[in-house]
Design a protein around this ligand. Structure first.
Ligand code: NAD
Length: 350
């Protein structure tokens, strides 16, 4: 007997697949509906290990399709939503901002409207959980941290679209009493990440002896979190977080891009049995990304103090697990780096 019907959007993507796996395995009494339109970033192969489970259901649908979304809510009576579906890559947003407006803003509003219509003010025991990014806060200087009260100042079309969706979720809470919670998380890394993002892209390039394109002078700084730890935080906030609250999630783990790339090169040389310094020779500085934020760093003390969450692995451990996974899954890498991704990659870096 199921006691919850949870819609997880974007479950075939990187973070979503880890969230779906955790919920399907940990909560056999919940019905987990993974809704995903399977864009270039969605890959059902990511969920092979749970797809046979009775409490897992996949729905191929586009959150931009208002009518379909509405009727799916009516049909399945979702009592909670964990919303991850998004266009997620900053470089793509610079080339095609409108796609980000459609999915990240309008798609989110479609979900909010369908949720609101279904429960018609009877929100007892219901929850809309919006998964967002620290990029909404804009950039930091050399010091300081983003807290939950830092004002929004997005600089890329991606972060502007996510900031807008956060505002809409909050506005539905204020205007219609829709019960929501938002988390803003730092950069994730780990298994199943599409190799357009820094860590899997560079792992793939090192395997294939291709250049490692580092933006600008490499001094851009990010906080990095292992994706499984993000999924654990989402589970915790979903069950124990307070409505109408925001929680920042981060790894307490700031790295300048160039230092991160050097650490990655060192671990790759060791794992591939290559001479020390071999992979570093592939580092190539490339023209900077427009509107590139200098530094993101998260103050994750609220979730740490209120809900007792902290990362379970160090960066060195998480990176090592991640590299081992990509080395052991080179067929997965080969499959996703063909087709549409290849032509995009050429336009971007060659
Ligand atoms: P991803 O690009 O790997 O996955 C996104 C998923 O959404 C894909 O499966 C894709 O098919 C699906 N999708 C895209 N457009 C859709 C649409 N119109 N309808 C239905 N499904 C659609 O992204 P990710 O890195 O897993 O990020 C997931 C969420 O977490 C996003 O909301 C992102 O903003 C947020 N986030 C990501 C990071 C990060 O470092 N990756 C950090 C903080 C927050």
């Amino acid at each position: 007997m199921s006691d919850k019907s949870i819609l997880i959007t974007g479950g075939a993507g990187f973070i979503g697949s880890h969230v779906v796996r955790l919920f399907v395995n940990k909560y056999p009494n919940y019905n987990i509906f993974n809704l995903d339109s399977l864009t270039y970033a969605g890959n059902l192969e990511n969920l092979k290990d749970v797809e046979h489970k009775e409490n897992y259901h996949f729905i191929k649908a586009d959150i931009n399709d208002e009518e379909t979304i509405d009727s799916l809510f009516q049909e399945h009576q979702f009592d909670s939503v964990i919303h991850l579906a998004a266009e997620s890559h900053v470089d793509r947003s610079i080339k095609d901002p409108l796609a980000f407006v459609k999915t990240n803003i309008i798609g989110t509003i479609n979900l909010l409207n369908a949720f609101k219509k279904l429960w018609n003010d009877d929100f007892e025991g219901k929850r809309f959980y919006h998964v967002s990014t620290d990029e909404v806060y804009g950039t930091l200087g050399e010091s300081g941290l983003f807290t939950e009260t830092t004002s929004y100042s997005p600089n890329s079309p991606y972060s502007a679209s996510k900031a807008s969706s956060d505002h809409f979720v909050r506005a539905y809470g204020e205007t219609y009493n829709l019960p929501y919670v938002i988390t803003n998380c730092s950069n994730n890394y780990g298994q199943n990440q599409f190799p357009e993002k820094l860590i899997p892209l560079f792992i793939n390039n090192i395997i294939n002896n291709k250049p490692l394109p580092v933006y600008g002078d490499g001094n851009y700084t990010r906080d990095w979190l292992y994706v499984v730890d993000h999924a654990i935080a989402i589970d915790l906030v979903f069950h124990e977080g307070k409505n109408e609250e925001t929680y920042n999630i981060g790894g307490f783990n700031e790295w300048k891009n160039i230092d991160l790339v050097k650490l990655l090169c060192k671990q790759m040389d060791e794992k591939l049995g290559r001479e020390k310094g071999t992979s570093e020779k592939l580092i190539t500085y490339v023209k900077d990304r427009p509107g590139h934020d200098l530094r993101y760093a998260i103050d994750a003390n609220k979730i740490n103090k209120e809900l007792g969450w902290k990362p379970s692995v160090t960066f060195e451990q998480g990176l090592s697990i991640t590299i081992d996974w990509y080395l052991g899954n080179q067929e997965w890498l080969n499959r996703v780096t063909t087709g549409e991704y290849q032509s995009y990659y050429k336009k971007q870096y060659q």
